[in-house]
Write a protein that binds this ligand. Structure first.
Ligand code: DMJ
Length: 511
């Protein structure tokens, strides 16, 4: 079909900061910029030609994500192979756990994108180089969602037992974290020595961290038929379920590993330190076949708690946002992290939860979109402040300390869910705009993408020289799935995504 067309595209306008702009050849992603850029030259008549051009556009978007992935991978391979993170500007690597974090986080993305050669190379590294027998402290939550989650999902997608064996190995090595007086896990584990400890300055753990490891450990128990993993994480769920100190189902941000109680109470957010607690209530309920009613009850109560305590609208445009509560005072700010919520609400509504969850999802999705669209680079800041006063002209304000963008996934994650459930093409268009902004302002010519320091300055967005592993693990995966016409590709009726975008199966009803 494509062969009969002779398409000519206008040359792209080269904007963007000089440091990120020196591209030798004009690459494909720049010229595939929508229907208006495409001129059809052959003699085919109107109606049929239009259909073909729309088809070309859909294919181009999927291909543009593959191209972006390849470009990111090129940098990782050249300058950071086998290390945790690429520093694309200084052309070197950064180490966090020393476990090839980006490579593991990206495995299932490569599989889903159909990048077979890249996947084969990475698999070889996992087989021959990856060892968890290392005297190194890792964060329980981060290594669970990125490494254990990444290995489990790659095992499910490929059926290759190499990944299951590695998942068993890291899962077992993380278990010392649960040996605490309260059984609420410590934040850090030495996976070589088998010891665990809280951070140096506190015996508290973060609530989101101890309540967002359940999908992975439960799945590990199911696959190994060894209940120890599931028992450990479900003990945490049971305790948090009955703890005092919640407000209408909303949880504080810290929990003490000695007492098992919430600490530093009185502050409530759907952002950092609490976010994925809410996400995992719903997703565990789905993972287990909608049988664990306490999870559902906690989720429903929390969403009502959000409505009652945290929801506000901006002036003048009436954008709905989720603010933060501190000792009864509403702070009108929202982390970009909160943009996971429209997708989670939509997933709940798709699974029979109240229709007004979908109404809220639609409103919050618009706000998250505006957090990108209203910035000069088209990229969201890490934190947005919202205007509640009718006198002031702008809905969204950004404080100097919050102007960075870390290539985070939450908005494109929600766009993916919203498109799957509504089929409204505007969500694809919004995602496409975001990909183009990433390409314009964060792409490094020699390979890789970088987080930036200032989304409000298109001339100097202040590259920070770091490509987070979740850019490959999550952001590009969700963009690909958003643009793909194959809704059976990771069907949302068969899989739940962990909080690092690694799909895990919904358990068959006999499990
Ligand atoms: C990821 O590691 C996960 O999505 C986590 O839930 C939140 N932070 C990053 C991405 O922003």
């Amino acid at each position: 079909m494509l062969g009969c067309l002779n398409l000519q595209r206008k040359p792209p306008s080269k904007r963007g900061p000089p440091v990120l702009q020196k591209r030798g050849n004009v690459s494909d992603w720049q010229v595939k910029d929508g229907e208006e850029e495409i001129v059809k030259r052959d003699e085919d008549g109107g109606k049929e030609a239009k259909t073909v051009i729309r088809f070309v556009k859909a294919v181009d978007r999927v291909e543009a994500v593959r191209e972006a992935f390849r470009h990111a991978w090129k940098g990782y391979k050249a300058f950071a192979w086998g290390h945790d993170e690429l520093k694309p500007i200084s052309k070197t690597h950064g180490e966090w756990f020393g476990l090839g974090l980006t490579l593991i986080d990206a495995l299932d993305t490569m599989w889903i994108l159909g990048l077979k050669d890249e996947f084969a190379e990475a698999r070889k590294w996992v087989e021959t180089e990856l060892s968890f027998s290392k005297n190194v402290d890792v964060n329980l939550f981060e290594s669970t969602i990125r490494i254990l989650g990444g290995l489990l999902s790659t095992y499910h997608l490929t059926g290759d037992t190499l990944f299951l064996d590695k998942a068993k190995d890291i899962g077992f090595r993380l278990m010392p974290a649960f040996k605490t007086p309260s059984k609420i896990p410590y934040s850090d584990v030495n996976i070589g020595k088998g010891t665990a400890h809280p951070p140096r300055w506190t015996t508290d753990s973060t609530v989101a961290e101890v309540t967002s490891i359940q999908l992975e450990f439960r799945e590990l128990s199911r696959l190994t038929q060894d209940p120890q993993y599931q028992n450990a994480v479900e003990e945490v769920t049971r305790q948090v379920h009955r703890l005092e100190g919640k407000r209408d189902g909303l949880v504080p941000m810290f929990i003490n590993t000695n007492s098992g109680k919430f600490t530093r109470r009185g502050a409530f957010t759907l952002g950092a330190r609490a976010d994925s607690y809410y996400e995992y209530l719903l997703k565990q309920w789905l993972q287990g076949g909608k049988k664990e009613t306490e999870l559902l009850e906690d989720y429903l109560q929390a969403i009502e708690g959000v409505r009652k305590n945290l929801l506000r609208q901006t002036s003048p445009s009436k954008l709905t946002f989720v603010g933060e509560l501190s000792n009864g005072h509403l702070n009108p700010k929202m982390d970009h992290l909160v943009c996971f919520l429209p997708g989670t609400l939509a997933l709940g509504a798709h699974n029979g939860l109240p229709a007004d969850h979908m109404d809220l999802a639609l409103q919050l999705m618009e706000t998250c979109h505006q957090m990108y669209a209203q910035m000069e680079t088209g990229l969201s800041p890490e934190i947005a402040h919202f205007n509640l006063q009718s006198s002031n002209g702008r809905d969204i304000d950004v404080k100097p300390a919050d102007r960075h963008n870390l290539l985070r996934p939450e908005t494109v994650e929600s766009l993916f869910y919203m498109y799957r459930f509504t089929k409204d093409s505007k969500y694809r268009d919004w995602g496409w705009d975001i990909l183009q902004s990433f390409n314009k302002y964060t792409r490094v010519p020699s390979g890789g993408y970088t987080s930036i320091g200032n989304v409000r300055d298109p001339v100097n967005p202040a590259p920070r020289d770091k490509m987070e592993s979740f850019f490959l693990g999550e952001t590009l995966k969700y963009l690909f799935l958003l643009f793909s016409d194959d809704s059976e590709l990771i069907s949302l009726d068969k899989y739940i995504f962990n909080t690092e975008a690694h799909p895990l199966p919904i358990w068959p009803s006999t499990s």
